[in-house]
Design a protein around this ligand. Structure first.
Ligand code: LFR
Length: 475
């Protein structure tokens, strides 16, 4: 019973990964992968929840075929999105995708009822238009009797149990960051029926069974699971969970709820074992993924390794943008948006695909630099190393640029961070591992090939050049 199946659902693909936990290490093996993406229905963006669930079931069958008996299943996914259930527990329509435009202008409406500083002081949550609280403010809740965040919805379908695992609940904007309980008073003031909110559960508990297989709660927010897998050996680390989004920040033991933190739009999301994920959302590889989609649709060659090799030959910091600008949130023609942003800030727009890719990577590194430094200052914590986990680990140019821009060594790995963290928490819940996060991290790290990048190792831009580039776009 040493094999655990991690269901890790991302915005562009779902994966089922088996983690075999033995001899004090974890060996991961992907057994199923299926595509995911926005589904357009009547002009709105949704998720195909039932299609995803079929992928989950196929993956669990593949996992059982691969290892025989599973010691458990755990589910993590992106945050904030949810399904509504009717009185019979049936899903009321496909969940909305967080990139749907329905929340445009909604935060301001909510702030008219609960001022932004008051909301932040309670929930510690960054303002993103897609936060659950803003989605609910636009939603017709008539007929809804229950709300389940995405991983909890799949957990419900597997076990019949309805809960809200706390790491993901912390991204709703309805969880008190200090007490980690529902801020029901805030929900009531916004006219949100508090009866919709399920019982909260911590990561690492038995949720129920799927057949005879235990289903464990894990850090159901993918970023929370990814942070568990950071192979840190001391406390003074920053992390970048780098996939569709880049989540850049620190692990703390209490939230930072200051006005300066709110102004910098840092979030205090709940981590596993009572920790706080103090971080900033950076727009991430999404801008690159959407560029590749745009080029592919236009019939242009868009092979990622080729593009990255070409981008490495483009002079650094020729054109940079504030990659976190709202223009880059919705799906669309990113090369055109990057060019428009370059013109707006008086810079030369990228002329080629390679220049566009270089602009994205330089701009990401610039945003990481700002976020790591701001997190360290706002939380009053020294940072001596940056850990990169997630798909971005494979992007060597980005990892080197991150070391150059932050002026700190970067340790890259693991690629499947969320799945590893998911497996580690299950294994501990099942009794196959024990200890705190440091112990889990040590086990997780044992099987990994980590790569270290030193600042300036390849003669990249100097600190003065990064600072000048940041100033060009007001970062
Ligand atoms: C990353 C992530 C981020 C969250 C975003 C939207 O996959 O979970 O942490 O802000 O997706 O849900």
């Amino acid at each position: 019973m040493s094999a655990f199946a991690a269901v890790d659902l991302g915005a562009s693909s779902g994966r089922v990964i088996v983690g075999d936990v033995r001899d004090g290490r974890v060996v991961l093996r992907e057994v199923h992968r299926f595509p995911n993406g926005p589904v357009r229905v009547d002009g709105s963006l949704h998720w195909d929840a039932r299609g995803l669930y079929r992928g989950v079931l196929d993956g669990l069958r593949a996992a059982t075929d691969a290892v025989g008996t599973l010691g458990g299943v755990g589910i993590d996914s992106w945050a904030v999105d949810y399904g509504l259930l009717d009185a019979d527990g049936e899903l009321l329509g496909d969940p909305f995708h967080y990139r749907d435009a329905r929340t445009d202008g909604v935060p301001e409406r909510v702030f008219a009822t609960i001022p932004a500083p008051e909301l932040y002081a309670r929930t510690g949550l960054q303002v993103q238009p897609f936060n659950t609280v803003f989605q609910l403010a636009t939603e017709h809740l008539d007929g809804a009797r229950g709300l389940l965040l995405m991983p909890d919805l799949f957990g419900y379908w597997l076990t019949g149990e309805r809960v809200a695992e706390v790491t993901n609940a912390s991204t709703t904007g309805l969880l008190d960051a200090t007490t980690r309980t529902w801020a029901t008073d805030l929900a009531q003031r916004l006219g949100i029926d508090t009866g919709l909110l399920p019982t909260l559960r911590d990561a690492g508990e038995l949720l129920g069974h799927h057949g005879s297989v235990p289903v464990w709660t894990v850090g159901s927010h993918d970023t929370a699971s990814a942070v568990v897998a950071v192979p840190a050996v001391s406390d003074d680390f920053a992390y970048i969970s780098c996939g569709t989004w880049s989540l850049v920040g620190l692990e703390l033991d209490r939230p930072v709820l200051t006005e300066a933190s709110r102004a910098a739009n840092f979030t205090n999301e709940a981590g596993v074992d009572g920790t706080v994920r103090y971080l900033r959302n950076v727009m991430g590889l999404w801008v690159l993924q959407e560029s590749i989609r745009t080029w592919t649709e236009a019939g242009l060659p868009a092979d990622l390794p080729d593009l990255l090799a070409a981008a490495a030959r483009v002079p650094a910091l020729t054109t940079v943008v504030d990659i976190d600008g709202p223009a880059f949130l919705p799906p669309g023609d990113m090369p055109a948006r990057l060019a428009a942003e370059a013109v707006r800030t008086g810079q030369r727009p990228p002329q080629t695909q390679a220049e566009t890719v270089r602009c994205i990577l330089d701009s990401l590194a610039l945003a990481y630099r700002r976020a790591v430094r701001a997190a360290s200052a706002l939380a009053d914590r020294d940072v001596t190393v940056v850990h990169v986990v997630g798909g971005g680990v494979r992007n060597e140019l980005l990892c080197q640029l991150t070391a150059d821009a932050t002026g700190l060594p970067v340790v890259a790995g693991p690629v499947e961070g969320a799945a590893l963290g998911n497996v580690l928490v299950q294994a501990r819940a099942a009794g196959a591992l024990s200890g705190g996060l440091a112990d889990l991290r040590a086990v997780g790290a044992r099987g990994l090939e980590l790569r270290r990048y030193e600042p300036g190792a390849t003669g990249g831009p100097t600190e003065r050049q990064w600072a000048a580039a940041a100033a060009r776009v007001g970062l």
